[in-house]
Design a protein around this ligand. Structure first.
Ligand SMILES: [Zn+2]
Length: 463
């Protein structure tokens, strides 16, 4: 398998530290608001990485954290007068709900920052001890970036001494970042520590959680792949790398992977720009799988320019998979076709080349439809059903009931009315009242509902 390593800025073969085992860390959400499309893209990109590694025979340990103490949550507390716990619990639950809808598999472990304060304090103590950190007058503890000769080597955001040296203020260097923020008189959220009451800096949280849950004694790297959005490369990941290197004595990650931005109307997807598009809002307009399929249709490293017409095109592409699934419904599922499996795994194993993978799928669907016209034997059909099962397992799409897929967005009241009319039509046919039966079909067609008579039952779909 080949991945693009952001540190090396090129594709490299993936060779984990321990044979056939992959340790993955993904920076998770800060739970102060609903998740937006940028969160969805990051989660889906690395869900695909995890699935691809598993299919390539790696045993994966996947850790994705929850940042549940941060300035943004504190600001929200100010506005809503709720507790930190209440806000964090609500948005963690919302995040889980959205991720489940998008078929993002649950991580093996989801550590919360507030449950790792002792580990964070220990890391700060080690950094102070080794003179990589310093305290300032108000009680804050900073990381001394000038003390790490390798600071800046990850993101290549070179450290310019002449520009970054600050003459005044509490920090020694403008790039120095806070490890521990001392509590101020009006703040209600703080933890006790040897350096006084306060709370951890955001960068520090990930280093401590990653080390706690992925480092193994004797390893040169605390994890194999550290992943996150491109906006985290600098300073977040650079700072994580520096703290871990200086505090724990080893590199934090062997490889780094970053997903591209989601842009709407040419703007980067970001809360501060006020153009965010919440996942739960998108899911009232589109089936979750269509959104997932769309977000994965653009290579994870490229920027994604969100637009409805592209999303509609993706949905139609996914519809074709579901039409095939319909034709194979209820049949035996066997192993997928060997050539198809090889092509699909090969595409995904090439730095998650989803464009290629989707082209392989389109070609398979086209071929399957031609095969099915010729009424193939059971074995052929079972292998085609196996192809669909493989797509579901590797890409997390085409997993729904194919009949329900085409009924998406129909209200419960309308459903009941449709079922009622289908029953009336059946009765009319039994009574040989074919005019009535025909009239019912026409009335439903006018409502945008198509009927299909299958052996023993009539099914419907939204046109
Ligand atoms: Zn992080």
């Amino acid at each position: 398998m080949v991945i693009y390593d952001s540190k090396e800025r090129k594709k490299v073969p993936f060779k984990p530290e321990f044979e056939k085992r992959a340790r993955l860390y993904l920076c998770g959400p800060t739970v102060y608001d609903e998740a937006h499309l940028g969160h969805a893209r990051s989660a889906i990109s690395f869900d695909l990485l995890r699935r691809t590694l598993q299919m390539h025979g790696f045993e994966v340990r996947f850790v994705r954290n929850i940042t549940d103490v941060d300035d943004k949550i504190l600001q929200k507390m100010e506005r809503t007068k709720e507790s930190l716990e209440a806000i964090a619990a609500r948005y963690t639950e919302a995040y889980h709900r959205d991720m489940a809808a998008l078929n993002v598999a649950t991580p093996d472990l989801e550590p919360k920052a507030t449950a790792h304060i002792p580990q964070m304090v220990a890391l700060i103590e080690a950094l102070l001890e080794k003179n990589h950190a310093y305290r300032v007058e108000n009680g804050d503890v900073y990381f001394d970036t000038a003390s790490d000769p390798r600071y800046g080597t990850l993101s290549k955001e070179a450290q310019d001494e002449t520009l970054s040296r600050v003459e005044s203020g509490s920090k020694r260097n403008s790039r120095d970042f806070v490890l521990w923020k001392a509590v101020t008189a009006d703040e209600r959220v703080f933890f006790e520590s040897p350096f006084g009451p306060g709370r951890p800096g955001w960068h520090l949280e990930c280093s401590a959680m990653l080390q706690t849950h992925l480092y193994e004694p004797g390893a040169n790297y605390a994890c194999d792949i550290h992943a996150g959005g491109a906006d985290l490369f600098f300073p977040h990941h650079e700072n994580e790398a520096a703290q871990s290197r200086c505090g724990y004595g080893g590199e934090i990650a062997k490889y780094w992977m970053h997903n591209g931005f989601v842009r709407i109307g040419g703007e980067k997807m970001s809360k501060s720009l006020g153009n965010s598009f919440f996942i739960h809002e998108a899911l009232t307009h589109w089936p979750a799988e269509a959104l997932r399929f769309y977000l994965m249709s653009v290579h994870y490293r490229a920027p994604l320019h969100f637009c409805d017409s592209d999303l509609l095109a993706s949905r139609k592409r996914l519809d074709r998979l579901y039409r095939l699934k319909k034709q194979l419904f209820g049949l035996k599922v066997a192993a997928p076709e060997a050539a198809f499996k090889k092509a699909l795994l090969g595409a995904m194993g090439d730095d998650l080349n989803t464009s290629k993978a989707l082209a392989v799928i389109d070609e398979m669907v086209h071929r399957a439809n031609e095969l099915l016209v010729g009424k193939p034997d059971k074995g052929t059909k079972a292998a085609l059903a196996g192809n669909l099962a493989l797509i579901g397992e590797l890409l997390g799409v085409a997993l729904a009931d194919p009949f329900e897929w085409f009924q998406w967005g129909v209200s419960r009241a309308d459903r009941e009315q449709i079922e009622q009319l289908i029953a009336e039509r059946k009765a009319a046919k039994a009574a040989k009242d074919f005019d009535r039966a025909d009239a019912i079909r026409k009335a439903l067609t006018a409502q945008g509902i198509a009927l299909m008579d299958l052996p023993g039952q009539t099914v419907w779909e939204r046109l």
